[in-house]
Ligand binder design. Structure first.
Ligand SMILES: Nc1ncnc2c1ncn2[C@@H]1O[C@H](COP(=O)(O)OP(=O)(O)O)[C@@H](O)[C@H]1O
Ligand SMILES: [Mg+2]
Length: 433
């Protein structure tokens, strides 16, 4: 349900140019329910001013933002006024740069021209998201009980190519095999989702098909739109229609996940390496974030920044489970050094197993279904099993310890492609109830 703000939203424009700041503030002031003040100093004094006025939304509009200082000033702002949401006005369109802003704490990044409509929408959206996030946090701190027992596991990669989709797909498949419960995987890597390819399912439905029905989602629609894998795992695939990706924001993701949690026991979300409002909403919604990194400096640097962000977002430290993929390969940084530099213990490792993954990919198969109980397959099973314990109330006896061999987890006979939407419901076991 939408949060009704109790008073006007207090905005502060921090700018290094008084005129520029005033122009932006005057656009905001024409909107009912917003107040806007200006500080013509983006840093130092500006940040002290910001604290006094207790703004709820800070718009950082400094030309110097193009420089490296931007990240530091966003981080300073976040630390000084943690309850305010920061919007960055930037001329940069570089995806890596935008991710940096988000990792530094920005809740939205806008590019010129700054129209009244885009500014106001952004302010309202980030304010609403921030209010919701705080409410959720308060509810969990004060022991607010979960309304259902569904466990949501978001898998996020420190950078592209570290194995996020691989971990997400294998964990979801392993969860299905281990628990036999209702498992869904959601491809929230909206621009370039490849969960469908990884599962080797073909579908003519995807996440964007839910958009026109967000006010009336029902189990029937769900069964039509989610694809069924041969294991019974259900998949909500990334939009086929890339033009519709822009209309998927935090609110849409939240609604879809809220609906799915009523119908599944576990939801695994594959997220994009670049963090936008939709990605952050998915991470917020998760009970557990599996942070995937590889043991190399660039990925570890990003992992460190993600951990900082998660602290600023108020996530408890246990919410993030660090998984080191392709661990212990040649040139790999040792786990002990990784833990020392990131300041957290690792949750699991997955060894590098190039041939296994290539063979599985060539056969359109998921490694945990094919790889026997050696190496990577075993590690991924262990990871899934540990996640049932760390996220769930349910403690299960170890399945892996009792395995006679790989045979038990071999791919079940039958077609490897999806069940067409119209027959998806026939799979009663996997059907959301
Ligand atoms: N442990 C591993 N050993 C060998 N290859 C791996 C491993 N994990 C992932 N890969 C391979 O790395 C590539 C990128 O993985 P992917 O899951 O698509 O990364 P991301 O989703 O982070 O971009 C894929 O070809 C995948 O098969
Ligand atoms: Mg991926």
């Amino acid at each position: 349900m939408d949060q009704v703000p109790s008073g006007p939203i207090r905005c502060l424009v921090l700018s290094d140019s008084p005129e520029g700041g005033e122009t932006i503030a005057s656009l905001l002031r024409t909107e009912a329910g917003l107040t806007a003040s200006v500080s013509a100093m983006a840093f130092g004094e500006g940040i002290r001013n910001a604290r006094r006025g207790e703004p709820e939304v800070i718009i950082l509009a400094a030309d110097s933002l193009v420089g490296a200082d931007a990240l530091i000033s966003i981080e300073e702002l976040e630390a000084a006024i943690p309850h305010a949401a920061v919007i960055v006005l930037t001329t940069s369109t570089d995806a890596g740069r935008l991710r940096d802003f988000v990792l530094a704490g920005a809740r939205d990044c806008l590019a010129p021209p700054y129209t009244r409509e885009t500014l106001v929408n952004s302010v309202r959206k980030v304010h609403q998201n921030e209010t919701r996030r705080r409410d959720r946090l308060t509810a969990s701190i004060t022991g607010g009980l979960r309304q259902h027992r569904c466990q949501v596991i978001a898998v996020h990669g420190a950078k592209g190519g570290v194995g996020t989709t691989t971990v997400a797909v294998n964990v979801a498949t392993a969860l299905r095999l281990i628990t036999k419960e209702r498992i869904a995987i959601v491809d929230a890597s909206l621009q370039a989702g490849d969960v469908g390819i990884a599962l080797d399912v073909v579908a003519n439905t995807s996440l964007d098909d839910l958009l026109p029905h967000l006010n009336g989602l029902d189990a029937d629609l769900l069964n039509k739109v989610l694809v069924t894998h041969s294991t019974g795992l259900r998949a909500l695939l990334a939009p086929r229609d890339l033009e519709r990706v822009d209309s998927i924001g935090a609110e849409e993701v939240r609604r879809i996940l809220a609906f799915l949690t009523g119908h599944f026991d576990y939801i695994v979300i594959d997220t994009a390496p670049s963090l936008d409002a939709a990605g952050l909403a998915a991470l917020d919604h998760a009970d557990q974030i599996v942070l995937v990194t590889t043991p190399e400096v660039p990925a570890l640097k990003n992992a460190g920044r993600f951990l900082q962000l998660s602290r600023r977002l108020g996530y408890p430290i246990e919410k993030v489970a660090l998984v080191v993929n392709r661990a212990r390969g040649q040139q790999a940084i040792p786990i002990a050094d990784i833990e020392k530099s990131l300041g957290i213990k690792h949750f699991a490792t997955v060894p590098s197993a190039g041939k296994t993954f290539i063979r599985a990919a060539n056969h359109g198969e998921v490694v945990v279904l094919r790889g026997g109980m050696g190496g990577a397959s075993r590690s991924l099973f262990r990871l899934a099993e540990r996640l049932t314990v760390s996220t769930g109330e349910r403690r299960r006896p170890s399945l892996i310890g009792r395995l006679p061999g790989a045979g038990l987890f071999r791919r079940p006979p039958g077609p490897t492609t999806s069940v067409p939407p119209q027959t998806a419901r026939a799979n009663a076991d996997a059907s959301p109830g």
